[in-house]
Design a protein around this ligand. Structure first.
Ligand SMILES: Cc1ncc(COP(=O)(O)O)c(C=O)c1O
Length: 389
């Protein structure tokens, strides 16, 4: 074999029987081959297992799918290139012209955009309510409805969806119930009769804020036909990203719990400060839905939002005065982050929907990272001082 040929067919190194890597290798390969054309044909007819082309499946992304399914308490999962990819591909795979979708004002902006603008272009209608309006949900579900899609806790006001009521009402009406569970994480809400959980893996799964990914998790009979659509839509997660997310997941529980503990301490600090009008943290007994949150959740999350008496000017002073919090989107990373209403979007909501969303000019959202809790408290205290009344 000449050297230009050799570099394209390098020596094979296979582990001998009884010898394995402790950390699974990254299958950074688009293509997989079988020993013969007959075997390849058997695979393509679905008569033998294996891998063929990474857009359809890959051993590293499959390992991530199996782990996520188990964490969320379901038997299958599909991973995608981003959280929004998981949501858009799920919406496209499950709806057709003439369908009706029930969604909520408190939903993540790009999800609302996908339902209103993208599905709207294909003749899918929607109703948008507040997540607390269960009477409205019942009325809306009197019309034939394909999907109910919601989040809990909501972004950024941390309203809590009544998951048992929403799944019961949705199923009674014959709708599929989809929950974006990104905020609560993979270890929560699995006991509810949600048909499909979607997650942004960009957040708590990776943890380090250096890789994007998404997942949809549910029963295999629901996901099997979706896998074909997802493969054709092409928003595949790269195996290297899957490897980084698998690595991140090893510390998921310790990170989530440590970040929740710091979030709870900061929520208390904020609640006691005279510059703060209201704190939104479901772990605080003063949160209007604390009892529901305590029934549904084991950990109350790492997002603490609050309204400053001083409105927009105070929110600006607060955000600029923080030293440890990056003025950046996203959440669930090891660094603490701050977001103000100017960074939150939602401009396409009408005045009534804006009011229902609960976001005021003085609303600030903190995403709590893994820094020392006392350092974070000191930083928030000095920034509250700078914000003034
Ligand atoms: C609740 C929620 N769902 C989905 C996403 C989208 O995830 P990604 O940025 O990975 O596309 C986000 C991102 O902020 C989110 O907060």
């Amino acid at each position: 074999m000449k050297k230009p040929t050799r570099v394209n067919h390098p020596p094979t190194v296979e582990l001998p029987p009884g010898n394995r890597a402790v950390v699974a290798p990254i299958y950074q390969s688009v293509k997989f081959e079988f020993d013969s054309l007959a075997d390849t044909e058997r695979y393509l007819r679905g008569e033998r297992p294996g891998f063929f082309y990474t857009r359809a499946s890959n051993p590293t992304t499959r390992q991530l799918e199996l782990l996520l399914a188990e964490l969320q308490g379901r038997d299958d999962c599909l991973v995608t290139a981003s959280g929004v990819g998981a949501i858009s591909q799920t919406l496209l795979a499950l709806t057709r012209q003439g369908d009706h979708v029930l969604c909520f004002v408190e939903t993540y902006n790009p999800t609302r955009y996908l339902i209103r603008r993208l599905l709207g272009r294909f003749g899918v209608t929607h109703t948008m309510l507040s997540i607390e309006d269960l009477a409205g949900v019942e009325r809306a579900l009197a019309a034939p409805t394909r999907l109910v899609i919601f989040e809990s806790p909501t972004n950024p006001i941390t309203r809590i969806a009544d998951i048992a009521a929403l799944t019961r009402l949705g199923h009674t009406a014959g709708a599929l119930v989809v929950m974006d569970n990104t905020f609560a994480g993979f270890h929560q809400h699995g006991e509810y009769q949600v048909d499909l959980f979607v997650h942004s893996l960009t957040k708590y799964a990776s943890g380090a804020g250096d890789v994007m990914g998404g997942a949809v998790i549910g029963r295999s009979e629901l996901l099997r036909p979706m896998r074909t659509d997802f493969g054709a839509l092409g928003g595949t997660l790269d195996p290297h990203a899957a490897f980084l997310i698998l690595r991140g997941l090893k510390t998921y529980f310790v990170r989530y719990q440590a970040q929740c503990a710091s979030a709870a301490a900061l929520a208390q600090l904020l609640a006691a400060h005279p510059a703060v009008a209201r704190v939104h943290y479901p772990g605080l007994p003063a949160h209007p839905q604390h009892a529901l949150a305590a029934r549904q959740m084991r950990d109350f999350g790492t997002i603490v939002s609050f309204d400053l008496h001083g409105g927009e000017a105070a929110a600006r002073r607060f955000a600029d005065a923080l030293e440890l919090f990056a003025l950046a989107a996203s959440l669930g990373s090891t660094e603490s982050l701050v977001v103000t209403p100017q960074m939150m979007g939602g401009r396409e909501l009408n005045a009534e929907q804006q009011r229902l969303s609960g976001i005021t000019a003085g609303t600030v959202r903190l995403s709590i990272g893994l820094e020392d809790a006392d350092d974070l408290a000191q930083d928030v205290s000095q920034a509250l001082g700078a914000a003034g009344g």
